[in-house]
Design a protein around this ligand. Sequence first.
Ligand code: OAD
Length: 251
Amino acid sequence: MAACSSIPDFALQVVKKADRITVLSGAGMSAESGLPTFRDAQTGLWERFDAAALATPEAWNRDPEFVWSWYMWRHHLVRATAPHAGHLAVAQWEHSADVTIVTQNVDDLHERAGSSHVHHLHGSLFHFRCAQCSFAYSDEVDDSEPHESPRRPPRCQRCGGLIRPGVVWFGEMLPSEPWEAGVQAVDSCDVLVVVGTSGLVYPAAGLPQIAHEKGIPTIEINPDETPLSRECTVSLRMSAATALPILARSR
Ligand code: OAD
C-alpha cells in the first residue's frame, strides 16, 4: 500500500482503462455535502449521540417516538443537502464504464447525482416499513422543523403497527439483495474505489478483502489511514470531492 497526497499516474491509468468500476462508499463520501459522519472527532454522529439509544431494535421497542424523531431530523438534513463534485464525477463514469455503487450510506446523494446502480447495504432514510408486518409505507412523512418535540411514527395501513425507518440497526442482518449485489460487484470489477469509510463496520468492511484476494486494484480515498488502507493498492489522502473529479477526468 502506498499513501499519497496527490494522485499517482498508476491510479489514473487503472481508472482510465477500467470497463467495470465499483465504488464502496461510506459517510465520508457525504461529508462535503454537509452531512455528519459517524466517527469523526467532535462532529461524528456517534460522538454526539448514543447509538444504543437510537440505532438498535431495543431502542425502538423502548421509545419509538424518540428514535423516529431522530431519523426525521436526519431525513430533513439529507433533503436540505445536494450531491457534491465527487458524487457527480462518479455518476459521469457511467458514460464510459459499467459503474456500481455499494454504499453504507442511507442518504440518496449518489442517486441524486445520477448514478443508476446503487446498492444500499444499510438501508435508506427514504424507505419505511411496518415494524410489525413489514408492509412498505409510501406516504409522506413529516420531517419539518422544529425537531425538539418528539414525533409519533405513522401507523401501518394494513395492520396498524408502527412504521419504522428502513435502515439497518445494530444487531440486525443486512438485507440480502444489496449485500449479494455488492459482493458480486466487488468480485467482478476492474477497479474498486473505497471512499469515505472508516472500515470498522462489518460485513461491509470485509468487501475490499475480496478485491485484495483477487488482485483487483483498489484505490482508497480518505484523508485518514484506516484498517482498510493496507489492503488497498494505493491510499489517496484526499477528500472525496477533490480526488474523484480528478480520477474522473482521466477517462
Ligand atoms: P465513519 O464515520 O465510521 O467513517 C467515515 C470515514 O470518512 C472516516 O474514515 C473519515 O476519515 C472519512 N472522511 C471524512 N471526511 C471525508 C471526506 N471529505 N472525503 C473522504 N473521506 C472522508 O463512517 P462509515 O465508515 O460509513 O452503520 O461507518 C460505517 C457504518 O457505521 C455506517 O453505515 C453506520 C455506522 O454505524 C449503521 O448505522 C448500521
